[in-house]
Write a protein that binds this ligand. Structure first.
Ligand code: DI6
Ligand code: FE
Length: 408
């Protein structure tokens, strides 16, 4: 057996640990990393001086949290939708723009037309911004390709971003995001295409870690969503769902029935949906950026979700139409301000619960011996400051898999 040694010793940090209700902070302590994992922590007096240390980092009293996890993004896309933003400011609704051929489908055209290199370069800008704000694991959905070729291209770009940058990327196939123009009026035929071709090919090539759908009046019906879920199950892929964002179609309960990792948005979820999620252990992913950007007025029923013990995550939903944002701590602020989540819930929502939403609880999301050394050092006094500040960037250092990388 190898002699123990420390690859990176972080000195003088105040380590944040949270229960469901509160976060506490240790007195200044050390954290030791070996082989990319958390290998030890505690008062510096308890560190065995005989263990060789390869590198050291002075934390200067910074707060140490797990690396942030953004469990819901659509960040691989081409083009932008600033013009549509202007239209909405003049009064057009999101649904009106979508029905008039704008919205998601305009991004689909740009994404289909982009070569993989361009698509990767455009997406990399957003990824770097996420990293700049402390994200060490990100979920990226396809859904702007809507053909086998373009969906696989998007998933490959997402995987390539994970290879190129110091961040873990989990991919989700969201072919059932919108109806592509060539299937106009034939939604069931497009679902056939997904379940017979796109999903099996993504699974065969191991390009997708999960499968998602947009269950909505302007998306797909529960029956169509169910067919996608059945295909995912047949290929051994976990599911998640965009549910009850604009209306209540019972998508959250359907997702729970399939043991979904998460149901996301949930502004219009009812008590039956909440109970079904609680029973299944499905995470509720809150996306306050989309709520804010659409000037929505119906917030998700946080108190009801809390009462039933449904774990709540917070994510950016980074996408060109409804949440063009990459600042996860800002989303924590919005989750508190707009949804009345607590700062503790917001921090858990981008760490421990976000890990659960990706099926990654055993490897990350908390500062625990043996878990991955994905960590953030923040120049703040108290954990609540991470939710309190509007748009500042108190990140001092970001460590991915045991290695400190310069802030992007
Ligand atoms: N819900 C959303 O908020 C995004 N997708 C979805 O299913 C919007 C995507 C877009 O408008 O481009
Ligand atoms: Fe989304």
């Amino acid at each position: 057996m190898n002699e123990p040694s420390i690859d990176l010793l972080i000195r003088n940090v105040r380590i944040v640990t949270c229960t469901d209700d509160e976060c506490s902070v240790t007195p200044p302590a050390f954290l030791a990393i070996a082989d990319g994992l958390i290998a030890g922590m505690g008062p510096i007096s308890t560190l065995d001086p005989r263990v060789p240390v390869r590198r050291e980092l002075d934390g200067a009293g910074a707060l140490l949290t797990p690396g942030l996890i953004d469990c819901h993004t659509h960040l691989v896309y081409a083009g932008d939708r600033a013009r549509e933003f202007e239209m909405r400011l003049q009064g057009a609704s999101y649904e009106e723009i979508a029905r008039a051929g704008g919205g998601i489908l305009s991004t689909v055209q740009h994404t289909r037309d982009a070569n993989p290199g361009d698509l990767q370069a455009q997406s990399a800008r957003r990824l770097k911004s996420l990293m700049h704000h402390g994200v060490t694991t990100v979920e990226i959905k396809s859904g702007y390709g809507l053909s086998q070729k373009a969906e696989l291209k998007s998933l490959r770009v997402a995987r390539a971003l994970g290879e190129k940058f110091p961040i873990d990327v989990r991919t989700t196939l969201l072919a059932a995001h919108a109806l592509p123009p060539e299937f106009a009026g034939r939604a069931d035929a497009y679902i056939d295409e997904i379940v017979q071709h796109i999903l099996p090919e993504a699974a065969r090539l191991r390009l997708a870690d999960a499968v998602d759908a947009f269950c909505e009046s302007i998306g797909f019906t529960p029956a169509q969503t169910q067919r996608v879920f059945e295909a995912a199950r047949a290929h051994g892929l976990p599911v998640k769902l965009h549910a009850e964002q604009l209306s209540n179609l019972g998508g959250a309960a359907l997702a729970a029935e399939y043991g979904a990792l998460s149901a996301d948005h949930l502004e219009h979820i009812d008590a039956a949906g909440v109970r079904a999620m609680a029973k299944a252990g499905t995470v509720a992913v809150m996306l306050p950026g989309a709520y804010y950007f659409l000037r929505d007025t119906k917030a998700p029923p946080i108190a009801l979700l809390r009462k039933h013990g449904v774990p709540m995550a917070v994510a950016t939903d980074c996408n060109p139409g409804t949440s063009p944002g990459t600042h996860l701590p800002l989303m924590m602020n919005m989750a508190c301000t707009l949804f009345r989540m607590t700062p503790v819930e917001a921090l858990l929502g981008v760490t421990r619960v976000a890990a659960k939403a990706l099926g990654l609880s055993s490897s990350r999301g908390t500062i625990t011996l043996g878990k991955r050394a994905d960590l953030c050092l923040w120049d703040v006094d108290h954990p609540a400051e991470l939710s309190y500040a509007i748009g500042s960037s108190p990140l001092r250092a970001r460590i991915h898999h045991g290695v400190q990388h310069p802030l992007q």
